[in-house]
Design a binder for this molecule. Structure first.
Ligand code: V47
Ligand code: SF4
Length: 395
């Protein structure tokens, strides 16, 4: 799709837009920020083609057709949790521990050693919250990982875990995050954000860290030089104003710190959880949500769609609706999404598959590290398996 400012300027008059949408389009084309009210208006009345066009313009201006992925794997230290978020299909309450697992530092390290010799650059660590996996457990774990494989980037734990761990250790966020960084923490994933609005958060995720605490821990991390991501769980009982409020709080924090790498909208999946009576968002809503996030979060470099959660087809579509990152080549040990009813029951994708998925929609596959340094441009890479397949076809 051609997305130059001139081509959009040419199309706009033909769309016969209301004045408010014309103002939004002009702001986007001039690189200006849209307001809270304009964000809500886009959700309420913005047509998919319109928001998609604007989001694609921003995406192309920032990244051309570059589409980023990394080679990572996930580790879930436990699926037992002291909390009981209603949307969670994954955790077992402490009282139902029999159905859960709790790994020791040694067991986790053994899992990590399975990737020895493989070109993974990041381990993503997150799971439930339990008293046993405390401050010392995680600092020991990070140190052990770094001692074994110093080059592996540790992206670990969310404010949900950190808030609990630091409170138990009677430490300030500042002291705690400093110690985690010294032990080897490289960055924080974006989980636990859910929806910041208090009423909705209390209803679906009551008891765990508040929106203010989530934001404060990210701010503390950013000020120490630890970057992070941010997520938003959407498509449940929240309304459009709650979504814009969520993004507004992130936008304000990003203005102060510039510590967020990517924003990752997470579509609520309704299987095996207490909210299974709710219908899931449609694909049109998913794409529109990506696009509006791209437009609203003008100070975020990257919008990520998590392919394991939304499936391969929607991921491909999302690349024309503001998304420039598809996460990584995760392996099939990640249970949190398959349990919630994601498209992928055993999410796993090799580098070759991921590269094909991106190329199939005319985008450029770029392997990155956690901090978005380019590792390899795969545009002209031909895999051995592709050669063999070609040879089979012509023989
Ligand atoms: O916070 C839990 C979500 C999150 C469900 O930073 C659900 O690179 C939908 O944050 N339906 C954790 N979502 C995952 C996460 C993440 C994933 C990939 C990459 C990164 C990153 C971060 O998963 C939780 C919660 O919002 N979640 N249950 C569900 N039923
Ligand atoms: Fe625990 Fe996280 Fe599940 Fe909430 S979403 S119950 S904090 S594992």
């Amino acid at each position: 799709m051609v997305v130059s400012a001139q081509s959009i300027q040419h199309i706009l008059p033909q769309l016969k837009l209301d004045a408010a949408f014309k103002t939004i389009a002009d702001k986007v084309l001039n690189g200006e920020r849209i307001s809270f009210e304009e964000g809500v208006l886009l959700y309420e009345k913005g047509e998919l083609g319109f928001v998609g066009m604007l989001a694609n313009f921003i995406r192309t201006k920032k990244h051309g057709s570059n589409t980023y992925f990394n080679r990572n794997f996930h580790v879930e230290p436990t699926n037992v949790c002291v909390y009981s978020c209603k949307f969670c299909s994954y955790s077992r309450l402490l009282k139902h521990k029999a159905e859960g697992w709790e790994l020791s530092v040694e067991e986790i390290l053994n899992n990590i050693k399975k990737y020895d010799g493989q070109p993974v650059t990041e381990v993503h660590i997150t799971g439930g919250v339990i008293p046993k996996q405390d401050f010392t457990f995680y600092t020991d774990l990070f140190k052990a990982i770094k001692a074994h494989r110093p080059d592996l980037h540790i992206k670990a734990l969310t404010p949900v875990e950190y808030h609990y761990i630091f409170k138990k250790a009677k430490m300030s966020y500042q002291e705690g995050m400093q110690a985690m960084e010294a032990a080897g923490l490289g960055s924080m994933p974006g989980g636990g954000a859910e929806i910041f609005d208090k009423e909705i958060r209390d209803e679906i995720a009551g008891g765990k860290c508040s929106a203010e605490e989530w934001l404060e821990i990210h701010e503390t991390a950013h000020k120490l030089g630890i970057p992070s991501n941010a997520t938003m769980l959407y498509g449940h009982i929240e309304n459009f104003t709650h979504r814009v409020d969520h993004m507004e709080r992130l936008r304000q924090l990003q203005d102060r710190t510039h510590g967020f790498n990517a924003f990752i909208p997470l579509k609520f999946r309704n299987q095996h959880n207490e909210m299974k009576h709710l219908p899931e968002a449609t694909i049109v809503e998913d794409l529109s949500n990506y696009a509006i996030a791209r437009i609203y979060l003008d100070n975020f470099e990257h919008i990520k769609s998590y392919w394991a959660m939304i499936g391969r087809n929607t991921t491909q579509l999302s690349l024309n609706f503001g998304v420039d990152d598809v996460d990584g080549t995760i392996d099939d040990t990640t249970k949190i999404y398959s349990m919630a009813g994601s498209e992928e029951q055993h999410p796993a994708m090799s580098t070759r598959e991921l590269v094909h998925l991106i190329k199939a929609v005319d985008k450029k596959p770029i392997e990155r590290d956690t901090l978005y340094n380019v590792i390899q441009d795969y545009t002209d890479v031909v895999f051995e398996e592709d050669e063999k397949e070609k040879a089979r076809m012509y023989n």
